[in-house]
Design a protein around this ligand. Structure first.
Ligand SMILES: C[S@@+](CC[C@H](N)C(=O)[O-])C[C@H]1O[C@@H](n2cnc3c(N)ncnc32)[C@H](O)[C@@H]1O
Length: 266
């Protein structure tokens, strides 16, 4: 499956910011509670983006771990390295394309994680196999991704505004099926843990900021949705109308993020 997807720094950071401001729960805290983190671990974070999870692991382990973050985006890696420097931390950020063999030895990591990225892989079993290969025996794989019921309100509003059928998303349509299946087939033990985070928007503006940061990427995947840049703005205007009507009627929009965490042992 060829996926033409490239995250931009501003869109990713805009969504992270909205989650932090309007969410009730913190996904980083949930990940830290869920993960079997121990000082001295050798950790690889695949699709690390601007380094969010790497910094969270580093802080939790008080820097007593060797952490590698790999991503395909030079822009996001530059952001991660800048933050690494600002914090004075020694996380190693490196270029990594998860569609190609990883430049790491077999059996070298205690934990290989991949948050909100694995579903962009062209060949899921290949990427999972690479993560399995670089893990030590007894090492853990952890991935996160959207479940089918993730942010239903968002899709309902887009659907109401456009009158169009929402194309299947590479994440939510495959995460709990194809991706979970690929992990189960390779690892000795696999658990699926669910995280729910309701985001409450008291007004339309932050919901629209989230929508723009989400749709400007989705539009590359939803080729049936937007033909031109103008059409994107027209769609955004229609979404604003529907969102404002909902706020007027209910006083808020509650969009629940439903995330699956796959934790597996080699
Ligand atoms: C939604 S972002 C998640 C980033 C980070 N894990 C986080 O949660 O903030 C998806 C990430 O996958 C990365 N990505 C997409 N295709 C990739 C590939 N072929 N190899 C490695 N990383 C890739 C993107 O550059 C982006 O950083």
């Amino acid at each position: 499956m060829k996926i033409d997807y490239k995250e931009t720094t501003s869109d990713l950071l805009a969504r992270i910011n909205i989650h932090e401001k309007y969410g009730t729960r913190n996904i980083d805290d949930w990940m830290i509670e869920t993960l079997p983190l121990k000082e001295g671990m050798h950790i690889l974070d695949v699709g690390c983006g601007a380094g969010k999870q790497c910094f969270s692991y580093f802080d939790t382990l008080h820097g007593r771990a060797s952490i590698v973050g790999g991503d395909i985006s030079d822009e996001l890696l530059a952001k991660a390295r800048e933050e690494n420097k600002r914090r004075g931390t020694d996380i190693f950020f490196t270029e990594l394309n998860f569609n190609k063999p990883f430049a790491f030895e077999d059996n070298s990591f205690d934990l290989a994680s991949c948050s909100f990225a694995i579903y962009y892989a062209e060949n899921i079993p290949f990427t999972i196999k690479e993560m399995h290969r670089v893990l030590k025996p007894g090492g853990y794989l952890f991935t996160t991704g959207p479940m089918p019921e993730n942010k239903k309100v968002f899709y309902d509003i887009v659907k109401e505004a456009t009158g169009k059928v929402i194309p299947p998303m590479p994440g939510s349509s495959r995460y709990s099926t194809e991706i979970l299946g690929a992990v189960k087939s390779l690892f000795s033990h696999t658990d699926l843990i669910i995280f729910e985070n309701p985001l409450t928007f008291p007004e339309a503006d932050p919901f629209l900021i989230y929508t723009r940061a989400s749709l400007s990427e989705d539009r590359k995947l939803w080729t049936s949705f937007f033909d031109s840049k103008d059409e994107f703005e027209t769609v955004m205007d229609k979404i604003r109308t529907v969102a404002e009507n909902r706020i007027q009627k209910d006083g808020k929009i509650v969009m629940t993020k439903v995330v699956g965490g796959i934790l597996a042992k080699k």
